[in-house]
Design a protein around this ligand. Structure first.
Ligand code: NAP
Length: 228
């Protein structure tokens, strides 16, 4: 039987590295991204390396798009063994300079997105009585950083979602964990003023460990990753 992984925001950065790491572990990976061409390029690269991957267009902040993409996964591939809620965006501005549009966009992608995607898959994963939902949060889920209010609020929110979900999942065979990276060398870090402490591959190894190797008793854990 195929073991399926779904990775959101898999066109580049941490999501791409996580998809590659899970494909190397033998999972058939569904790569979700806003532009199908971008995830298709990554899927082709994974297949060139001997892995199995399917590219799907999906904006995680769009409930209809999430339902359609999830329906495709469930009917064409099956219930995921692993879901990685990775897609994310950032906006940098003081609170007084943050527009409602910018605030809503960050919350919609970083917090509503993981809720919508989790909601679309969790019943099928519970039915299979085996699986892991890994949220890529951030160290910003534990502290406050100036000019990052929307981002910090979204990541503290994701941790709350993960903690509540972990309690709902007890005894079901499905677990959820969060990975909280510090500064990672990706497009998102550009313009932040922070120096990279690790690569996307460092974080991807932690995501793969949380998804496949961490003990079931780690359900509800938030794993901080600060680099070697
Ligand atoms: P990145 O290189 O900017 O990649 C972000 C990914 O999210 C891209 O694949 C992007 O796809 C996708 N995405 C954005 N909006 C989306 C939407 N509405 N629907 C679907 N996909 C969407 O950033 P990254 O550093 O790899 O970030 C990945 C995750 O790690 C994020 O949740 C981020 O908050 C978290 N994180 C990053 C750092 C860091 O220092 N870099 C630290 C802690 C946590 P498109 O091609 O469609 O834009």
């Amino acid at each position: 039987m195929n073991e399926i992984a779904v990775v959101t925001g898999a066109s580049r950065g941490i999501g791409r590295a996580a998809a590659e790491a899970l494909a190397r572990r033998g999972l058939l990976v569904a790569l979700w991204g806003r532009a199908e061409a971008d995830v298709a390029r990554v899927a082709a690269e994974i297949e060139r390396e001997g892995g199995r991957a399917v590219a799907m267009a999906c904006d995680v902040s769009d409930a209809g798009a999430v339902e359609r993409a999830a329906h495709r996964v469930l009917h064409e591939l099956g219930a995921p063994r692993v879901l990685v809620n990775n897609a994310g965006v950032v906006t940098r501005a003081l609170v007084e300079d943050t527009t409602e549009l910018a605030w809503d966009h960050v919350i919609d992608v970083n917090l509503k997105g993981p809720f919508l995607v989790t909601r679309a898959f969790v019943a099928a994963m519970k039915e299979r009585a085996r699986g892991r939902i890994v949220h890529v949060a951030s160290i910003s889920a534990t502290l406050g950083t100036p000019r990052l209010s929307a981002y910090c609020a979204s990541k503290w929110g994701v941790l709350g979602l993960m903690k509540a979900l972990a309690e709902e999942l007890r005894g079901t065979g499905v677990q959820t964990l969060a990975v909280l990276p510090g500064s990672v060398d990706t497009d998102m870090l550009k313009g932040s003023g922070f120096a990279a402490q690790m690569t996307a591959e460092d974080v991807a190894r932690t995501i793969a460990w949380a998804a496949l190797d961490a003990p079931d008793a780690a359900n509800g854990s938030a794993i901080e990753v600060f680099g070697p």
